[in-house]
Design a protein around this ligand. Structure first.
Ligand SMILES: [Zn+2]
Length: 153
């Protein structure tokens, strides 16, 4: 299917759809790579809309798939890719990346937003704990005062 170049000639992956023996059939999906795993694998994510009859509105749903990442394609985190279904390659992999479609611009923003929210939550927790300790300190002081007055009497 793909033209052979010097880089692709080095690909000796049996599971590669272009240089190996896997045959492609079935679903074709487009989404982003959110994580590269070991053993030529990656995690694919795609947002989709699901219609709910009762409210006549859409709900956001997310598909996550474990996909094969052949060395001649070598997709990285944040890449937009096209994947296609094939026979089961391992316990959890039924899809292969067949093309890179460039970099996903929204991916970085999403990650940054996630990290920011995490930092905010941590700050909140720290503040809350500080407030709690303050209250405790005050209580201790009050108790000590009461004890002193009692001892004086
Ligand atoms: Zn290959």
């Amino acid at each position: 299917m793909a033209k052979l170049t010097k880089q692709e000639n080095t690909c000796n992956d049996k599971k590669c759809p272009f240089h190996g023996t896997t045959r492609l059939r079935g679903l074709v999906l487009e989404g982003t790579i959110i994580k590269t795993d070991t053993h030529r694998s990656a995690t694919f994510e795609k947002d989709r809309k699901f219609y709910i009859n009762k409210f006549e509105r859409y709900e956001k749903r997310r598909t996550r798939l474990h996909v094969h990442n052949p060395p001649c394609i070598n997709a990285k985190k944040g890449d937009k890719v096209r994947i296609m279904e094939c026979k089961p390659l391992s316990k959890t992999k039924n899809f292969v990346i067949i093309k890179k479609l460039g970099h996903d611009i929204l991916f970085k923003q999403k990650e940054e937003a996630l990290e920011e929210s995490k930092v905010k939550i941590k700050k909140k927790e720290i503040k809350e704990t500080e407030q709690k300790t303050d209250v405790k300190k005050e209580d201790f002081e009050k108790i000590e005062k009461v004890k002193k007055t009692q001892s004086q009497v």
